[in-house]
Design a protein around this ligand. Structure first.
Ligand code: ABU
Length: 379
């Protein structure tokens, strides 16, 4: 049998069509990254002051892997094929001709790196030096899909140089001096740590709705990155969006499609792009506010927020996986007619996110549909 005649098929157009094949991340070797212009980690309350880096504690890693393995096993039991990345040594220093970075990060959140649009999987640029080489952990899988699916479009966005030109290098120092109101002014002005010197984006800033893609401009995705995506996907309509949040990173704990005609919006992070509300209204989409999260503070060593409560994996338009402690979120979706599958995953938060972050689509049934036939000019 020719390689490409095997069963692998890459295709996924949205977040809700029936899921048949998915990548689930691993916690192995995840690092608290060394400081770099794009990001500084510090948890003095847990004995990790600014400038410290190192592997997350082994007992945390084991617990996270146990939850990820159980999640993968549950998906497999439901007939979904699950693939896993190949971890590398994330404690190693990495370098390009332009810079040297003391550590990498990890391979828990494939959603940050891989963007599936139809038959294409696009490796995102990323904007952290510690994540520049993260695509390597997915290469064994992508090589396999390439061999097995003759129609697979394997793409990689141009790797950014990530020199000092890419960043406002004093941004995080200044950020700490700003009031909440001043931080929000920066958001309104789309003024975060990235400059516009070169295109940068994380795949998790994209929410897929068939022909329409919402792309959040954020601390990891700049306007040049959105423009690159627009030029790369000429048959899609790319809508640049922002939300009321001081240091946004990834749209999947902020605005989440649930099924055709229904989307979930963060109850605090309101859209700051009025055209977005208009687009949804004009096309008869209902936007509901997410439920109150179960947690009132971030998980230990987590850079993700409590809004992982709305970071979910949709298995089909009637079935959704929600983190098991998020009782109110589960009840809300149950009232909306979903079968809700509770999945314990809170111990994975420190490794890079929730259920959506921990996965990347390879194959969902369905075709590319137009869910927004009535467009807003200029948006
Ligand atoms: N990476 C998804 C989580 C983003 C957030 O905490 O809001």
């Amino acid at each position: 049998m020719a390689d490409h005649a095997r069963k692998t098929k890459v295709c996924s157009w949205n977040e809700w069509d029936p899921l048949k094949h998915v990548i689930v991340g691993r916690a192995d070797g995840t690092m608290i990254q060394a400081p770099e212009p794009a990001v500084e980690r510090e948890w003095p309350e847990y004995g990790v002051p600014l400038g410290t880096c190192g592997r997350l504690p082994r007992e945390m890693e084991d617990k996270a892997n146990e939850q990820l393995n159980n999640f993968a096993a549950m998906l497999e039991k439901r007939g979904i094929r699950v693939d896993r990345p190949t971890p590398i040594d994330f404690s190693q220093a990495v370098q390009t001709p332009d810079w040297k970075q003391a550590t990498m990060f990890g391979c828990m959140p494939p959603r940050d790196v891989l963007l599936t649009v139809g038959q294409e999987i696009l490796e995102a640029t990323m904007s952290y030096r510690s994540r520049w080489f993260e695509y390597l952990v997915y290469r064994p899988l992508l090589e396999q899909y390439f061999k097995e699916d003759a129609d697979f479009r394997w793409e990689a966005a141009p790797k950014p140089r990530l020199t000092e030109r890419t960043y406002k290098t004093d941004y995080w120092t200044r950020f700490k001096t700003w009031t909440e109101a001043e931080k929000l002014e920066r958001t309104q002005a789309r003024d975060w740590v990235l400059t516009e010197a070169e295109p940068c984006f994380d795949a998790a800033d994209v929410a897929r709705f068939g022909r329409d893609l919402l792309v959040q401009q954020s601390t990891v995705t700049n306007a040049a990155g959105i423009r690159w995506l627009r030029q790369h996907f000429p048959n899609h309509r790319i809508h640049a969006v922002i939300f009321k949040e001081d240091a946004p990173m990834h749209i999947d704990a902020t605005f989440v499609p649930l099924r055709p005609g229904l989307a979930l919006s963060n109850r605090l992070r309101k859209p700051l792009t009025p055209e977005m509300a208009e687009l949804f209204k004009k096309n008869d989409w209902e936007i509901i506010e997410c439920a109150k999260p179960a947690h009132d503070k971030k998980a230990k060593f987590s850079f993700c927020s409590v809004w992982l409560s709305m970071n979910m994996l949709i298995l089909d338009p009637k079935t959704v996986c929600v983190e098991a402690s998020e009782r109110e979120q589960m009840e809300q979706l149950d009232r909306r007619g979903f079968e809700v599958i509770p999945v314990p995953l809170w111990d994975v938060a420190a490794f890079g996110g929730g259920l959506h972050c921990a996965t990347a689509d390879v194959y969902r049934e369905g075709t590319c549909q137009d869910y927004f036939p009535h467009q807003i000019p200029g948006f």
